[in-house]
Design a protein around this ligand. Structure first.
Ligand code: THU
Length: 160
C-alpha cells in the first residue's frame, strides 16, 4: 500500500508575528551566535531553549581542528540543558545564524543528526518541542514538533 507523509509548518513574514516570549527566545538565539567557535566554516549558529521553568538556555556551534569532532549549536544546546537541567522539559527552541560576509535573512533548519537529537529529547520527556528557525531578519519558519522534521526517525524505545 502506498503512504504519504505530510507535515505542517508556519512561515511568518517576520519575527514581529511571533509572540513576545518567542521573539525574546529568537533574540537569544541570534545573540548566542556570538558565542560560536567557527573559525573553519565561518558559519556561526546560535540556538536558545525555553525550559518549562521559562528560563532561557543557549548553545552555539563549537568546531574542532579535527572537523567531524565539532558540534552543532542544537546539540551543544541539548547537551547543556540535559546536563544542567535534567528534569526540565524544553518548550521551544529557536535557531539562528551569522555567516561571515553573507546575509542572514532566510531560516535555516537543523541537520539530520540534530533532528534525531531533538526527537530523542521530545521522546524522553514525552512533550513536543516547538522549533523556530530564522535568520537575523526576514521570514521565520515554525514547526510544532521535532517529529515534523524527521519522518521515520529512530525510535529508541526499541532499545529499552
Ligand atoms: N551547524 C549548526 O551548528 N547547526 C545547523 O543546523 C547546521 C550546521 C554548524 C556546524 C558547523 O560548525 C557549521 O555550522 C557549518 O556547517
Amino acid at each position: 500500500m502506498h503512504h504519504k507523509f505530510e507535515f505542517e509548518y508556519d512561515l511568518l513574514d517576520d519575527s514581529n508575528q511571533l509572540s513576545v516570549v518567542d521573539q525574546e527566545l529568537l533574540q537569544a538565539a541570534i545573540k548566542a551566535t556570538e558565542t560560536a567557535y567557527a573559525p573553519y566554516s565561518n558559519f556561526k549558529v546560535g540556538a536558545a531553549a525555553r525550559l518549562s521553568s521559562n528560563a532561557i538556555i543557549i548553545g552555539s556551534n563549537q568546531e574542532s581542528t579535527s572537523f567531524p569532532v565539532g558540534i552543532c549549536a542544537e546539540r551543544a544546546l541539548l547537551n547543556s540543558v540535559g546536563s544542567q537541567f535534567p528534569l526540565e522539559k524544553i518548550q521551544t527552541i529557536a535557531i539562528s545564524y551569522e555567516p561571515l560576509g553573507k546575509p542572514s535573512i532566510e531560516p535555516i533548519s537543523p541537520c539530520g543528526m540534530c533532528r534525531q537529537s531533538l526527537l530523542d529529547y521530545e521522546n524522553r520527556f514525552k512533550a513536543p518541542i516547538k522549533i523556530i528557525m530564522a535568520g537575523k531578519s526576514g521570514k521565520v519558519m515554525v514547526v510544532q514538533s521535532a517529529m515534523n522534521l524527521l519522518p521515520f526517525g529512530f525510535d529508541g524505545s526499541i532499545l529499552l
